[in-house]
Design a protein around this ligand. Sequence first.
Ligand code: HEC
Length: 125
Amino acid sequence: MTLPKLQSIILQVLLVAIIMIGAVGFYVTSSLATADATSNVVEPDELAQWGLPLDLGREEVEVYCSACHSLRLVAQQGLTKGDWDELFDWMVEEQEMEEMPAEDRNLVLNYLSKHRGIDRKLKKN
Ligand code: HEC
């Protein structure tokens, strides 16, 4: 066997090895990518689409305001802070809603007047 021939065999073996490593690598990364894609499914945030984006106080809105009706009803409203406050009173006095603890009521009030204020139609929700 001449030296150049040996060199070319070694080159071919190397080439095959590189292709195989590449194929295995591709398989591994692509299967990892698939596993990743299924384990990190991002739920479309339905509430945000309705105009109730994730923010301080939204959790409280979900807790207190979804007991009797859909949050859609809440999302449809656009009120001033004062009117939201009155609406809570109305909800408590007329709709048998339990009074929210002051701290939570404030969070809900601030959240709704920020995201469901009267200027809501100007925002792109
Ligand atoms: C105990 C049950 C109850 C809870 C809790 C409750 N609601 Fe209601 N809500 C009602 C009822 C019943 C109505 C429908 C009243 C009607 O249309 O006669 C209503 C209607 C509404 C409306 C529509 C008002 C309108 O003018 O049509 C809004 C807005 C609303 N609620 C917001 C809220 C918010 C914000 C919260 C949380 C702070 C909340 N609700 C919690 C019972 C509740």
